[in-house]
Write a protein that binds this ligand. Sequence first.
Ligand code: ZN
Length: 98
Amino acid sequence: MSKKVLICKDTPGGMHCSMVIVGDEADTDLIIEAGLEHAVKAHELEASPELRRVMRTALKAEEELYSREDYEDRFDMVHVHEHPPETDVDDEAELRGN
Ligand SMILES: [Zn+2]
């Protein structure tokens, strides 16, 4: 299954952020939700319908991430899953840490 990425740099408030949220194409909604949660916690944005719409527009195929000129190894990749294993608590800690 192809993957989708949400690159925080491409969303409001995230221009200096290294967060990248990755998930299966079928889990697009989860990626958006994780992106919203991150934007609220890390960038103090409001989880508005408008922001949700922007996030959805910013969503890209995973291959696009690696081919972009501003791709950096230091991007923090956070993976979302429909049925999160218990270790996903770590992912939430990462979200808060940024
Ligand atoms: Zn961010």
